[in-house]
Design a protein around this ligand. Structure first.
Ligand code: ATP
Ligand code: MG
Length: 246
């Protein structure tokens, strides 16, 4: 496993006040690989994504990214180190224009030229955004907003992205566009932690998989080995429902 851009989580416990959401979660995502994180609603997938990104504190355990122990780091520091979380829902500022959204995303880069190059790069990846530069992000279609969220993430050349249910609520053609965008990220060697509801699509795209069940890792292994038996056991009806759509 390449350490560059890789993520290792060891024995992670996370609580929200008195309620514990993750119990001793361990996983690794090799540099440049795609790890699918599956699990029913409330299993702890977003909690895991937020915890590794520094957005919520961990109770105990360790998060190592790119060979560094980033446990307890502030979110902007984790992001600067190259780990970007694309949140559940639309990870954009609806009241700002497309361009303003991109400008905010690249604000961490030093130098005007670097920031401009990053925006150009993002728009090259998702040309639809160039045509809508001055449109309010909130008035973009759901799929276009996800393109913008991905563009914001990829503009700063991260080494790992955590994509949290990016295809939720999108029309099938837009789900394809989301996976195309993720494919571009993968082709650039970016490690991807893919939280997805379209289980079969996620597994087809991923190298490895973990299944969370009530805050515990129920199963982990190569994505190709996550057979129907595993999915039925941990995801039950959810899998059946999405299998038809996905
Ligand atoms: N801010 C919060 N405060 C208290 N409890 C929370 C908070 N966020 C999540 N939880 C609880 O933690 C558990 C895990 O939630 P989480 O959002 O991580 O699940 P998930 O797997 O992402 O679910 P979904 O598929 O519905 O997005 C749930 O029981 C949830 O109710
Ligand atoms: Mg979630």
């Amino acid at each position: 496993m390449s350490e560059t851009g890789g993520l290792i989580v060891e024995d992670l416990n996370v609580r929200y006040g008195p309620a514990q959401a993750l119990f001793g979660v361990s996983l690794s995502a090799g540099g440049g690989r795609v790890l699918a994180v599956l699990g029913a609603n409330g299993a702890g997938k977003s909690t895991l994504g937020r915890a590794v990104s520094g957005l919520i504190p961990v109770t105990s355990g360790r998060v190592c990214f790119d060979g560094k122990d980033v446990t307890g780091w502030a979110p902007h520091r984790v992001r600067r180190a190259g780990l970007t979380y694309i949140p559940e829902g639309r990870g954009v500022f609806p009241g700002l224009s497309v361009l303003e959204n991109l400008r905010m995303a690249v604000g961490q880069l030093d130098g005007r030229t670097a920031r401009q190059d990053a925006i150009t790069r993002a728009v090259d990846l998702f040309p639809v955004l160039g045509r809508r530069e001055h449109q309010r992000a909130g008035s973009l279609s759901g799929g276009e907003q996800q393109m913008l969220a991905m563009a914001r993430a990829l503009a700063v050349k991260p080494r790992l992205i955590v994509a949290d249910e990016m295809s939720l609520g999108l029309a099938p053609i837009m789900v394809n566009a989301v996976f195309d965008g993720l494919g571009k990220a993968r082709d650039e060697g970016i490690t991807i932690v893919l939280i997805e509801q379209f289980v079969h699509r996620a597994l087809a795209f991923a190298d490895d998989c973990i299944v969370l069940s009530r805050g515990v890792v129920g199963w982990s292994g190569p994505a190709k080995d996550a057979g129907q038996e595993v999915l039925d056991r941990y995801l039950g009806e959810a899998t059946a429902a999405v299998a038809e759509v996905g």
